[in-house]
Design a protein around this ligand. Structure first.
Ligand code: BG6
Length: 502
């Protein structure tokens, strides 16, 4: 299934962590599966001078550390001579002109026009100069006849609030057509996230119950055991809401809540996601109406190991009030979801790593088992595990064997690994391949990013005003601040992820 168009993949921020951990392994695994064009070149761009030889060694080394499969020597040699490094400042047009000359000379030696995929994987403060210089140099508008042959992938964070996201979209729109733009959210590349649409829309048993008549609440948890590690400088300016909720969690929400699209066309899918996001009611910020909770971790034990508190992490100022945990309760004001709470939470240094969507169904009428406490009737749950232990579990009530009538939840479970084996492609493999092929389905459209920021920016502003006021402290290794439990209890629910249902 090799892509026939000769391609040059240009990575800005090539000596950064993401290139080593994710991009290089993804590119080489695509090559191993013969999914890259026959003629595929890689040009890394960075500010610190590096010779081609050193850049090649750096990539080879990162493959040894991070690739999901071993890359054999002959596979490496197939690509090695097609890797180059270009040193240049991102705000210097001249450096882009030189880059263009390199591209033109490759085209000449190939005797064929190439497509260019520009991957912006730098800190966000240089996104705009790079986009502008791609525009000014003419690289943004390369085309074959009427089709664009240049594309741009933009890493997160896509802005830091509504205003900055709009500004970034403006810069992009001045330089590129939206069809050339691929805003990354790596969650969309995860196999299990892609499978969400398949599960929802290829099985007829879900659609009839996927609405306010049967669903009592929906919970989305993206929890991590790790702390901020060496990323304190970035994280303290971001926080859980920007870092995880605005993108990954909101995307999971959109895919869970959207209406069936009329086709698998990228725009049809993204239109439905946008409609669902647009229907979210602004969240209550204050007092009794508050639908938001934030917290910061203090020291504690995570899996038996002592972890330090956030304020003691490297690069965190003593007066920081950045949240490492956020929980929200929101409502989608449309025919399908009116009145159903969607609880979202994400945090670092929690008791477990889990990305899950849990759909809790309403209880059956209490005529036979419901009102009698002896039976302890549990609600039906559908838990979609994005990671780890990828799979789906449906919890039903069953009779405990014995002479007495007792009920007990049982699980109908499907695990990806048991069914399909391990070693599925990494998110970045799928995303880079789709961008090469011009398929934007698994990328965020400009309006999606703005709607999500529009919803969360008032919360960020409010927390910024409040500073430490209302910022709860939770011990590392727990499931987060008590306020998040209260948020659900007040609405008759409890968090599902982390609770033992057996
Ligand atoms: C990134 C965040 O987008 O996602 C990180 O910046 C976070 O803070 C990471 O750790 C989590 O990704 P995953 O794939 O490990 O769930």
């Amino acid at each position: 299934m090799s892509n026939p168009v000769p391609t040059i993949l240009v990575i800005f921020g090539a000596s950064g962590d993401l290139t080593a951990r994710k991009l290089a392994p993804a590119i080489f695994n695509l090559s191993k599966d013969n999914l890259l064009p026959e003629n595929c070149y890689l040009i890394g761009v960075g500010r610190t001078p590096m010779q081609d030889r050193l850049f090649r060694e750096y990539l080879k080394d990162s493959l040894g550390k991070y690739s999901r499969r071993i890359i054999q020597q002959e596979e490496w040699l197939k690509l090695e001579s097609k890797i180059f490094f270009h040193t240049g400042a991102y705000d210097d047009l001249n450096s882009f002109t030189v880059l263009e000359e390199k591209i033109l000379s490759l085209e000449k030696s190939l005797g064929h026009k190439v497509q260019c995929l520009f991957y912006i994987s730098t800190p966000p403060n240089v996104f705009e100069p790079i986009l502008d210089n791609l525009g000014e140099s003419g690289l943004a508008k390369k085309h074959h006849g009427t089709a664009w042959s240049s594309k741009v992938i933009i890493e997160k964070p896509f802005g830091k609030d509504l205003e900055s996201a709009r500004k970034l979209n403006d810069v992009i729109n001045q330089r590129f057509d939206e069809s050339q733009v691929f805003r990354i959210d790596h969650y969309l590349g995860k196999e299990t996230v892609q499978s969400l649409l398949v599960q929802r829309f290829s099985n007829s048993i879900f659609e009839p119950v996927w609405n306010r008549n049967y669903v009592s609440c929906i919970q989305i948890t993206v929890s991590e055991e790790i702390g901020v590690g060496k990323r304190g400088g970035y994280y303290d300016k971001s926080g859980a809401l920007r870092d995880m909720v605005q993108n990954h969690v909101m995307q999971l929400l959109a895919l869970t809540a959207m209406e069936p699209p009329t086709s698998l066309n990228p725009e049809a899918i993204r239109d439905e996601k946008v409609k669902a996001l647009k229907a979210i009611k602004p969240l209550g910020l204050r007092g009794e109406k508050a639908e938001i909770v934030r917290g910061v971790y203090s020291e504690g034990l995570v899996r038996g190991e002592k972890g330090i508190g956030y304020l003691n992490e490297e690069g965190i100022p003593a007066d920081s009030f950045t949240e490492t945990y956020a929980a929200l309760c929101l409502y989608i004001e449309n025919w399908r979801w009116k009145g159903v709470p969607f609880y979202l939470r994400s945090g670092k240094r929690l008791a477990g790593k889990a990305s899950e969507i849990a759909v809790q169904f309403k209880r059956p009428p209490g005529i036979l088992f419901g009102e009698d406490e002896r039976f302890s009737l549990a609600p039906n749950l559908l838990v979609i595990r994005i990671q780890p232990n990828e799979g789906v579990t449906l919890y039903l009530n069953s009779k405990t064997p014995g002479l007495e009538t007792k009920l007990q939840p049982i699980e109908l479970s499907f695990g990806y690994e048991t069914t399909f084996g391990s070693n599925t492609p990494e998110a970045y493999e799928r995303l880079i391949l789709d961008a090469l092929n011009g398929d934007g389905t698994l990328f965020i459209r400009g309006d999606e990013a703005e709607i999500s920021w529009g919803l969360l920016t008032p919360i960020l502003d409010y927390w910024n005003e409040q500073k430490k006021e209302g910022l709860e402290v939770y011990s590392a290794g727990t499931w987060g601040p008590v306020g998040a439990d209260k948020l659900l209890l007040a609405r008759g629910h409890e968090w599902i992820t982390g609770k033992d249902y057996k």
